[in-house]
Design a protein around this ligand. Sequence first.
Ligand SMILES: Nc1nc2c(ncn2[C@@H]2O[C@H](COP(=O)(O)OP(=O)(O)OP(=O)(O)O)[C@@H](O)[C@H]2O)c(=O)[nH]1
Ligand SMILES: [Mg+2]
Length: 355
Amino acid sequence: MLRSGIVGLAQVGKSTLFQILTRTHAAGRADAHVGVVRVPDPRLDRLSELFRPQKTIHATVEYVDTPGSIIDLTRAGLQSQSLRELNALAHVVRDFESDSIPAMGGVNAARDIENVELELMLSDLAVVEKRVERLEKDVKKQKNPLLEKELQVLNVCKASLEKQIPLRDASLGAEDEKVIRGFTFLSVKPMLYVLNLGEKDTARANAAEQFAREAGLKPRPHTAVAAICGKVESELAELDESEAAEFLASYGLRESAISRLIRASYQLLGLISFFTVGEDECRAWTVRAGTSALEAAGEIHTDLQRGFIRAEVVKFDDLIAAGGFAEARARAQLRLEGKDYVVQDGEIVHIRHSG
Ligand SMILES: Nc1nc2c(ncn2[C@@H]2O[C@H](COP(=O)(O)OP(=O)(O)OP(=O)(O)O)[C@@H](O)[C@H]2O)c(=O)[nH]1
Ligand SMILES: [Mg+2]
């Protein structure tokens, strides 16, 4: 299961966000810190309307609430281990005024982002320096191409960190990433910045866009920005559907920002969805971009992988426009693909198999 950590400075709205996620999008039991959350997907909703299955199963992501300030966590040995196991971070950044919750030096989202980023990088740098020191001794003693490669990659990381460039930004190649995977660095993790806006800012639908541009976060790799208003969203989470629509409209909003946030953190993990459909079940499956048809079959069931003959594939838009498989086939939009075919986001896949 893919885990995204909700991190940030103290009292910025992390637990509020966690509760909203696990209350309104829950897809399983949540304990105090970990919750499985459904990834909203309008395409899956549309497929379910078409096929009217008994069950609709969404993709899921796990969220972990972390207590207090991430700066304290990275400095405390044990907790930092659980940070290292996360696949991505959602950094909640306070951008709301409140007299009851003091903000040292005033509310300043860009400053907070910088401070947290710096802390993640310092933590990584300490790990890198220690290992580099060790490796330099070892490569002098014996010739070992693997260790030399590791040393070379770590020196690239070191240079990047010393220039205060997080590793997710360091444009390491796939090979280099493999070499450093075991270190579970913090600044290499995909990062979703979540601006927690004040109530009066809810109508600023483009707040995330604008902030990302101003703070220079926009074109960065493995980085995304979302804006929510924790206070409004947590009131929203208490309402039924029609009340919620009315409530959103009263703030000049159409869709809960939370759906967008979940989708953004899913995409950030480098994941795509393909779908299987039928009368019993319509389901979104989660795979990494670049997954082959054979691997996709294995995701569904090992039997399908073992007996794999062909994958029948149709694009989402084509299937919807055709209104069903028969018509899509008549229009020649149903393709037969072999085991090496790379499955694309949003495709409906049917595995033909033997046995
Ligand atoms: N005005 C306002 N208050 C908020 C908002 N989001 C959270 N709060 C308040 O901020 C306080 C802290 O919220 P939490 O969600 O507990 O924050 P946290 O980051 O989990 O706090 P720690 O885990 O103690 O670091 C609570 O009193 C919330 O009601 C918001 O969008 N607007
Ligand atoms: Mg908390």
